[in-house]
Design a protein around this ligand. Structure first.
Ligand code: SME
Length: 162
């Protein structure tokens, strides 16, 4: 992890401790990630509601048409329905990929999960090929773990894969 990652996690710990509204926290989280990490060109938080993902918050150059994604669809649905990280270095080579932006070359989706329960996910698009490495995965997994604690405390239902 880089210093900036540690600083982001400390920032999020403060926000989680403050115990504010979960939706507001999601808004702040996407803005924080996009502002601090230049290769995160578009950042969204999707949350599980029933058998679909709903886009709660996003920050980026343009809105996506994918505001609702069924759990069996897309890279996003894959990550939420399995609870596994999806790091796609070249979206043009991945048959699961649902296109949002013409410029997107790679995508990283990290589940917001506590134990077996998946509450949602952070979805990041980059205009660079293979923009995300193991360091991004580790950082965002730690980031999402904190978001999951807040979602759990708020009593969100999420779902349990399988
Ligand atoms: N590409 C995603 C859809 C969401 S947009 O990237 C914002 C997918 O394949 O699920």
């Amino acid at each position: 992890m880089h210093d900036s990652h540690a600083a982001s996690l400390a920032w999020l710990d403060e926000r989680v401790k403050a115990g504010g509204d979960v939706r507001q926290l999601a808004d702040e989280a996407v803005r924080h990630l996009r502002a601090h990490y230049p290769h995160y060109h578009w950042v969204g938080i999707y949350m599980v509601e029933g058998d679909a993902l709903q886009l709660w918050s996003w920050d980026g150059p343009a809105a996506t048409q994918h505001v609702t994604i069924p759990l069996d669809s897309g890279v996003c649905g894959y990550a939420a329905s399995t609870g596994a990280v999806a790091n796609v270095p070249d979206v043009s080579q991945d048959t699961r990929y649902l296109e949002c932006f013409l410029g997107t070359r790679s995508e990283l989706v990290v589940p917001i999960r506590a134990g077996e329960r998946v509450y949602g996910e952070v979805d990041i698009d980059s205009d660079r090929l293979a923009a995300f490495d193991a360091t991004d995965e580790a950082f965002l997994s730690a980031f999402c773990q904190r978001l999951a604690e807040r979602a759990e405390a708020a009593g969100l239902a999420g779902h349990v894969p399988g």
